[in-house]
Write a protein that binds this ligand. Structure first.
Ligand SMILES: [Zn+2]
Length: 564
């Protein structure tokens, strides 16, 4: 019975495929033309003589396999738990738009705070250094007292949060401050290990983490060189850049962070037991960083952080680019938005002139706004009209985080076309947008972007605070956005295609995941012992090597699902 149902569903979906196993309508004949298959009308009497034709399915046909998996996926669409089980082993490529501090699991934070002897202030629920005074009690108590533990989880995350959109935003961003004392330098290695472990268990093979990377020190120092009333012109910014870079603190911080990053990653790998016989799944996950500036500070501070980020990316192979962090509706974010996009334009053009170095890549959150979050004034509401466009056009963002209010943008149709043509990727954070902006189902623009051919990936944003992982986002993409397997597979491929890993793409045509480059065209997807030409190509491109690995993982996943 199951097979009959499966077959009939495939027949409905099977346009352009060899219609395996379908009992064709009596006056329809399968005609092959130049390799393609189509159906043609033939005289009824001819068909009656032939009776019905049965054509066997071939699981080797990639499109057939995808349809079969899609069918299976849709049959689970009503059951989030089974969907989760289905998606857990799906290779998910690259984790983009992941904030390091916000991605650590809350239980880990509490355990570290307790182990490090910190206190929890029972009035504002902020972690504090000992001695515990006034309303503060040892966090250790939370390990024994369930109610206290539960309360801290709620204060440090969105678990069971109830309130208005503004209150949700406040609670979300406050959480980072509340557990900030836990994430001391001492716990950076643990944080990284925790995130890699979760990524590995969710079958990510690469993550790009957003972090300040000590840029606050340079941001603060920038105030020495940039006065609030300085003109904001290219000439002035370039001069200030040189002054900031000449400050002894600047090179010292770059050198120190470059060395420490290597130690962080090595330390996390040690914690995960990567050199032991029992490595954690996180050992299979590669990691790079984007230095994110703090948009709640003034424009000079942010500029100083970006100047630093550019230099850090030049010196550390683990840092690939720069980003921006903080609430987009913050008064400083709004006041300095265009000044900051202009600053990025200046830095980007300066970097482009330097052809010797790897480019510094730019990913910006933009359009994480709804009318209720910005001031109810003409000027305030005006911000809904240009943030995404200016991130793309002035800020040179290759990836846009959230992009939720795209329909509010001035001439959004043209903007979507531009994003498609430039290959600007949208990092869609479905749970984050539902919890913080109330954007879910049709009110979320995910399907709009997909319909317009704009590349999209699913991202977790601040997974720890949101109490999710990337697998949950795949489930949500089916239950709330009704996506099918081929769309999700495309997103997985896009995550590596649009990652900032250096090197050429595996694919002949960007964004069209149809034909791999000639060097690997004769090799089975993901083959570890491929042809000499393919090996040479992959050795020259970190990105292509990651894509090749992903193709092998996808093929293995599909085979397993089809065989079930
Ligand atoms: Zn975000």
């Amino acid at each position: 019975m199951k097979n009959i149902r499966k077959t009939s569903w495939l027949c409905v979906m099977g346009i352009g495929l060899t219609l395996q196993g379908c009992i064709l309508p009596v006056n329809t004949k399968v005609v092959k033309t130049r390799g393609a298959t189509r159906m043609a009308q033939v005289p009824v009497e001819t068909v009656q003589k032939q009776h019905t034709r049965l054509i066997s399915p071939s699981k080797d046909d990639a499109r057939y396999r995808e349809m079969l998996i899609d069918w299976k996926l849709r049959s689970l669409a009503h059951d989030p738990e089974q969907l989760r089980e289905f998606f857990l082993p799906l290779p998910k490529g690259a984790g983009l738009h992941m904030d390091l501090a916000g991605s650590v699991s809350t239980e880990r934070l509490i355990a570290w705070g307790a182990a490090d002897g910190l206190c929890i202030n029972r009035k504002n629920w902020t972690a504090e250094s000992p001695p515990c005074q006034g309303k503060a009690v040892p966090m250790q108590e939370a390990m024994a007292e369930r109610a206290l533990h539960r309360k801290i989880v709620q204060e440090w995350s969105m678990e069971h949060f109830q309130g208005s959109r503004q209150e949700a935003q406040q609670h979300f961003w406050d959480a980072l401050d509340k557990f900030d004392a836990v994430l001391s330098k001492k716990r950076l290695v643990d944080s990284l290990a925790d995130i890699l472990s979760i990524a590995g268990k969710n079958t990510h093979s690469y993550v790009e983490l957003l972090h300040g990377l000590n840029s606050d020190q340079v941001g603060k120092r920038a105030a020495r060189y940039i006065q609030p009333d300085d003109p904001w012109t290219e000439t002035v910014l370039l001069k200030r850049r040189q002054q900031i870079m000449a400050d002894p603190l600047f090179q010292k911080t770059v050198a120190h962070t470059t060395a420490n990053l290597k130690k962080w990653v090595a330390g996390a790998r040690d914690l995960l037991g990567c050199k032991t016989g029992n490595p954690d799944p996180g050992c299979a996950v590669e990691v790079r960083f984007l230095m994110s500036a703090n948009r709640t500070r003034d424009r000079g501070y942010v500029f100083g952080q970006w100047v630093y980020g550019y230099e850090l990316a030049r010196q550390s192979p683990l840092v690939l680019g720069i980003g921006l962090m903080g609430p987009e509706e913050h008064e400083n974010s709004l006041a300095y938005y265009d000044d900051e996009m202009f600053a990025l334009d200046v830095l980007h053009r300066l970097k482009q002139a330097d052809t010797q170095q790897q480019p510094v890549r730019i990913a910006l959150p933009a359009g994480e706004l709804i009318p209720e979050l910005v001031p109810d004034t003409l000027e305030g509401q005006w911000h809904l009209k240009f943030h995404i466009r200016h991130a793309v056009e002035m800020g040179h963002a290759e990836r846009v985080g959230h992009g939720c209010d795209v329909l509010g943008e001035e001439d959004h149709t043209e903007l979507l076309t531009r994003m498609r043509e430039r290959g600007v990727l949208v990092e869609a954070c479905l749970t984050s947008n539902a919890v913080l902006l109330g954007k879910t189902g049709r009110s979320h623009p995910l399907n709009l972007y997909l319909g317009q051919g704009v590349p999209v990936v699913l991202a977790t944003d601040h997974a720890g605070i949101l109490r999710i992982d990337i697998t949950d986002e795949f489930v949500r993409a089916v239950t709330h956005q009704h996506l099918g397997y081929s769309e999700l597979k495309r997103m997985v491929r896009a995550s590596v295609e649009h990652s900032f890993l250096p090197g050429a793409s595996l694919w002949q045509e960007e964004g069209r995941y149809e034909r791999v480059v000639n060097a690997c065209a004769q090799d089975p997807a993901g083959a570890t012992h491929g042809s000499a030409s393919c090996n040479r190509f992959l050795q020259g491109s970190r990105r292509a090597a990651m894509q090749w690995k992903l193709e092998g993982q996808l093929a293995a996943f599909e085979e397993q699902v089809v065989e079930q």
